[in-house]
Design a protein around this ligand. Structure first.
Ligand code: FAD
Length: 387
């Protein structure tokens, strides 16, 4: 077993680390100030400028296949990159990306949806969850009924990330059965100007989510992504990589927060001594360090397994996400405690992270659903204890 990173992995890690330190961290105070004054933290045009700067350094389409101009770095490298990006709260991702399921587009669809998305000319959102079906996603009710050479979609979606800015959606609906018996959950590519509308949902942090309303939206039959009735598999393949990403961000956030905790503990004096000298504080630092190490190994292991396509039931991705997202919630709570009153102010990013990371235990599989997946895999013998 080899724990050391390869030369290439180390180089990528160092380049992203430098980008985060030089380009993103200096914007943090501006983002906090903008948010305190009720403005959006970082406008989209500024994010685009940063993406173009990163492109010069070769960071463009990190998961995009080379034939589409990307770097095709794979899950391991992506996990390392997301750990580094997680060290700042600036909401940044590299440009040149498209959702993995868009690679199931046929040639015509690629021209209309995949390639413009990679080029940043179009924006997509992924719409599965409904008001009546979240964890129980197989139970979605949005209907797709055939009308000539169109499908007519009716229903509502909820908690859809980035829908406010999307000009098309990959939406999942239950297609009525045809004469050959084909039907069931199907993914459709639906432009906003075909008639769906979105309404913002206000939440505890700056992550944009919306509800989507489909009221007799006519979708041409050539806009089915993949095959009729095969949508659920597509949806699940979208979710696996998201789980590892959230776990990787959690490690990055927690490392930065722990560093803040260490620095504050050394400089803050109470009862005549730096608080770092008190065991109560030391244990919070030590417990955080232990949990971060454990989470990092789980993330890299899940990424390694994904790289080798050996996690079809999302076992290792679920373990990494369950532990990582809970770990970062504990670490941010301890670091806030170490900062005392300062921890809850908007002068520091701690309270912001406190709000940000809470949702990590909800989306891309709640804690309970991840445990359910892990337990099913054990009970059904997909994984064996101790192997
Ligand atoms: C920030 C954010 C972004 C999101 N982005 C998207 C997106 O882009 N696209 C999209 O389609 N969806 C998105 N979602 C929706 C997300 O996937 C759901 O919120 C999630 O799946 C949980 O569903 P729910 O909210 O309906 O909760 P429910 O499924 O109603 O669950 C309620 C509670 O019951 C528990 N529970 C449910 N079933 C079981 C069980 N069998 N055993 C034990 N406990 C159970 C859950 O764990 C939870 O605690 C997003 C959500 C959030 C918060």
């Amino acid at each position: 077993m080899e724990f050391a990173l390869t030369e290439e992995q180390r180089m990528v890690q160092e380049t992203v680390r430098e980008f985060v330190q030089k380009e993103l961290m200096p914007l943090e105070q501006e983002v906090l100030r903008n948010e305190r004054e009720g403005r959006h933290g970082l406008p989209d045009d500024q994010i685009l400028k940063l993406q173009l700067k990163a492109k010069e350094a070769g960071f463009w389409g990190i998961n995009t296949p080379e034939e589409y101009g990307g770097a095709n770095l794979g899950p391991m490298m992506t996990a390392l990159i997301n750990i580094e990006l997680g060290k700042t709260f600036i909401p940044f991702t590299f440009g040149g990306e498209a959702d993995n399921i868009l690679y199931h587009c046929n040639e015509e669809q690629k021209k209309k949806y995949l390639i413009p998305t990679i080029n940043g000319e179009r924006r997509a959102c992924f719409a599965l969850t409904e008001p009546g079906a979240g964890s129980d996603a197989r139970n979605i009710k949005m209907s797709a009924v055939k009308n000539g050479d169109h499908w007519v979609l009716n229903g509502e979606k909820t908690f859809i990330s980035r829908a406010h800015a999307a000009d098309f959606t990959m939406v999942f609906a239950v297609a009525e059965k045809d004469e050959q018996g084909r039907g069931g959950v199907t993914c459709f590519l639906v432009d906003r100007d075909m008639g769906w509308r979105s309404e913002p949902i206000h939440t505890m942090d700056d992550w944009f989510v919306s509800s989507l309303v489909f009221d007799n939206v006519f979708v041409p039959e050539e806009n089915v992504l993949g095959e009729v009735g095969k949508g659920f598999e597509l949806a699940m393949s979208w979710i696996t990589m998201g789980r590892i990403k959230i776990a990787a961000w959690s490690v990055g956030h927690a490392e930065r927060l722990l560093q803040m905790g260490i620095e504050h503990a050394k400089s803050r004096v109470a009862f005549g001594h730096p608080i770092a000298e008190y065991q109560a504080i030391q244990w919070m630092l030590a417990d955080s360090a232990v949990e971060i190490e454990a989470a990092k190994l789980l993330v890299l292991h899940a990424a390694y397994i994904a790289e080798n396509s050996r996690d079809p039931r999302r076992h290792y991705a679920s373990i990494a996400k369950l532990f990582g997202s809970n770990m970062v919630n504990r670490v941010v709570d301890r670091v806030l405690q170490i900062h005392g009153g300062m921890g809850i102010t908007k002068e520091l990013p701690i309270e912001r992270w406190y709000r940000t990371v809470r949702k990590y235990r909800v989306f891309e599989g709640t804690d309970e659903i991840l445990r359910r997946t892990i337990a099913h895999n054990l009970l059904q013998g997909y994984v064996k204890v101790g192997e």
